[in-house]
Unconditional design. Structure first.
Length: 400
C-alpha cells in the first residue's frame, strides 16, 4: 500500500521527517518542508506576550506576515522558549543550515518549534537531523513529517481539498499538531498548509487570515494560549495561471483554504488532551458577530460545561451561566438552547424534553450545542472537547 501524501501532494513541494534525538523516544522529531523554488507565503503567530525564539525569527523573516520564502524547518520536543539570545541564535542557525542546503538565503526559511518551555535545543543533534532530513527530501515521506511535529497528540491530523480553478486542478493540503495549551488568538500551535495555486503573497495572507478566523482561531482545548503558535501557508504557483484578487477564482480558492483549515481545527479539537468527545458550540442570534464569538468561546472554555459533557449530563444551566458571564450582550429571557436536535431551554424558560434522546446524543463522539441569544444576526461556531481525568494526568506529568 502506498504511503499517504498530504503536505507534498500539491505540486512544487518536497519534505522529510527524521528522528534526531530531541525526544528520548524513537519518534520522529524534526521536519523540513521546502518549495522546489521560491513560494508565496503567509504566517500567523501567537498573540501571547511570551513567545519562543522561532516565533521571533518568523516575524523577522516576514514582518508584514507575508512574502516570498523557500520553506521551513520544524522540531518537536523542545519549544526554544525563554532561552534568551542564545535561543534566537539557535533558530537562526536552523534556518541558515536549511537555506544553505537548498540554495536559499537564511531569511527565506521559517522556523517552528514545539515542546517543553525553558530548555535550549540540543543543537548538535538538530544539525545532524537537518542534514539527514535535507538528504531525504522528496514526495514520499509525508507520514514522517506529520509525526515529527507531534507532541502529546495521539493521532496524525491532516486535510486535503482539491478544486477546479481556471480549468486546472488546484490542491490545498495541510497538517497540524496540537492537543493541549490550545486557545489561539492569531494561529494555533503548529499548522502548515501547502497549495499549488498561483496566488501572490498579499492576497494569500488575506485569504489565510479570513480562513483562520472561523476555524483554527475557533478552537479551544483548555483556554491556555501557547507561546509557540505558528500557522503557515505556502503557495508554489504550479497549478495554472495567477489568481486575480477579488475574482471568482480567488473566492473559490479561499473556500478551499477555509475548508482545509476547518477540517484541521475539528481534528485538533477531537484530539484534545484526554478528550473523549468533540464539542461544537454554535451561537447565533447575537447582537453582533463579535458578541457571538465571545459567547461561543466562553461556553467552549467553561470547565463546568466540559465536565458535564464528559459525564453525559444534560445540564443546560452551565451553558447559560457560561454565556452569561461573558462580556457579550445577553438577555436570559430571550435565550434558547438545544443539545443535539432537542430543545432544552426556550426564550427564558426550561423545556420538557426527551431525556433519553439527549443522553444518547451526549454519549456519542461528537456533541452539538446550539445557543440562540435572540438579539440579532451575529453567529459564530467554536470547537472544543470534554474535560476528563486523563487531561489532568497528562498535564500533571508533562514536564517530567
Amino acid at each position: 500500500m502506498p504511503k499517504p501524501r498530504h503536505i507534498t501532494l500539491p505540486a512544487g513541494f518536497v519534505a522529510a521527517g527524521v528522528h534526531c534525538g530531541i525526544k528520548t523516544t524513537r519518534q520522529d522529531d524534526l521536519a523540513v518542508i521546502v518549495g522546489e523554488r521560491s513560494v508565496s507565503a503567509a504566517v500567523l503567530t501567537t498573540s501571547n506576550q511570551v513567545v519562543g525564539a522561532p516565533v521571533t525569527w518568523c516575524r523577522r523573516v516576514l514582518p508584514a506576515g507575508c512574502g516570498r520564502i523557500r520553506g521551513m524547518v520544524i522540531n518537536s520536543g523542545c519549544s526554544n522558549v525563554c532561552t534568551g539570545r542564545a535561543g534566537i541564535r539557535d533558530a537562526e542557525a536552523m534556518a541558515a543550515q536549511v537555506a544553505k542546503a537548498v540554495g536559499a538565503e537564511k531569511a527565506e526559511v521559517l522556523v517552528a518549534s514545539t515542546g517543553v518551555i525553558g530548555h535550549r535545543l540540543p543543537m548538535a543533534k538538530v544539525r545532524r537531523g537537518i542534514a539527514a532530513a535535507v538528504r531525504s527530501l522528496g514526495r514520499s515521506d509525508d507520514p514522517s513529517v506529520l509525526r515529527a511535529i507531534m507532541t502529546t497528540d495521539t493521532r496524525e491530523k491532516s486535510a486535503v481539498v482539491q478544486t477546479r480553478i481556471g480549468g486546472q486542478t488546484v490542491t490545498v493540503a495541510g497538517i497540524i499538531k496540537g492537543a493541549g495549551m490550545i486557545a489561539p488568538s492569531l494561529a494555533t500551535m503548529i499548522a502548515v498548509i501547502t497549495t499549488d495555486a498561483g496566488i501572490a503573497s498579499r492576497p494569500l495572507y488575506r485569504a489565510f487570515k479570513a480562513a483562520v478566523a472561523g476555524s483554527l482561531n475557533a478552537v479551544t482545548i483548555d483556554s491556555d494560549e501557547s507561546t509557540s503558535d505558528t500557522a503557515v501557508v505556502m503557495a508554489s504557483g504550479r497549478a495554472g495561471r495567477r489568481i486575480a484578487p477579488a475574482s471568482p477564482a480567488a473566492r473559490k480558492f479561499a473556500a478551499a483554504l477555509a475548508e482545509v483549515c476547518r477540517e484541521l481545527a475539528m481534528a485538533m479539537a477531537t484530539d484534545g488532551e484526554g478528550a473523549t468527545k468533540l464539542i461544537v458550540i454554535r451561537v447565533r442570534g447575537a447582537a453582533s458577530a463579535a458578541d457571538a464569538e465571545i459567547a461561543a468561546k466562553a461556553a467552549a472554555n467553561s470547565p463546568l460545561l466540559k465536565c458535564a459533557v464528559h459525564g453525559g449530563d444534560p445540564n443546560w444551566g452551565r451553558v447559560l451561566a457560561a454565556v452569561g458571564k461573558s462580556p457579550a450582550r445577553v438577555d436570559a429571557e430571550k435565550i434558547s438552547v438545544s443539545i443535539g436536535q432537542v430543545a432544552v431551554f426556550s426564550r427564558g424558560r426550561p423545556r420538557k424534553f426527551n431525556l433519553r434522546a439527549v443522553k444518547k446524543h451526549l454519549s456519542g463522539g461528537a456533541v452539538a450545542i446550539d445557543v440562540n441569544l435572540g438579539l440579532g444576526r451575529g453567529e459564530f461556531t467554536a470547537y472544543t472537547c470534554d474535560l476528563s481525568r486523563e487531561y489532568v494526568a497528562i498535564n500533571a506529568d508533562y514536564h517530567t
